[in-house]
Ligand binder design. Structure first.
Ligand code: CO
Length: 173
């Protein structure tokens, strides 16, 4: 059993996560928990706050051509910072914390990211497409932001309506 996944509109999703300063076993254990939760819920990425830890860390695992997410393709990002963003694109996004809802959001298709690994070693990575989108989506989580916050007003209202309807439907015995 993995840790509980925090779901919209839980206020914890709104807090700004703090920078990681301790690169110790506790961080390693947190990253394992995040990976387990991501696998259990079949997600592309997961930020620490989604399992209740307000720290600037996220994991990503992009499926291969066969649609499998292999353990060796797991990537961990600590204290990530976007240093370059290029070319806007409309991308259909979803989020483990907002189950069963997807909508198009404006993102950048090319991202250069500065980050640290679980030992605190600094790296820079350039990404395109899904990985670049995942970076922006997960960093939003670290800043207390959700992809639905980026929707134009009418689409945002449509989302709130649908969400309430689903809640009612699920509450029925
Ligand atoms: Co998300």
């Amino acid at each position: 059993m993995s840790r509980e996944l925090i779901v919209y509109p839980d206020k914890r999703l709104r807090q700004k996560s703090a920078r990681v300063v301790k690169f110790d076993d506790g961080l390693g254990a947190l990253l394992e928990d995040m990976n387990l939760a991501m696998i259990e819920h079949n997600g592309v990425g997961l930020a620490a706050i989604q399992i209740g830890e307000p720290l600037r860390a996220f994991v990503v695992n992009i499926a291969n051509e066969e649609g499998e997410r292999l353990p060796e393709n797991l990537m961990e990002f600590i204290n990530p910072e976007i240093v370059k963003a290029e070319e806007e694109i409309l991308w259909n996004e979803g989020c483990l914390s907002i189950p069963e809802f997807t909508e198009e959001v404006i993102r950048f298709t090319k991202i250069t990211l500065k980050y640290q690994d679980r030992r605190g070693k600094p790296f820079v990575i350039e990404a395109e497409g899904l990985l670049a989108i995942a970076f922006q989506h997960e960093i939003d989580h670290l800043d207390g932001k959700l992809f639905v916050d980026r929707l134009p007003l009418l689409k945002r209202k449509k989302f709130e309506k649908e969400w309430k309807k689903n809640l009612k439907a699920n509450a029925k015995p």
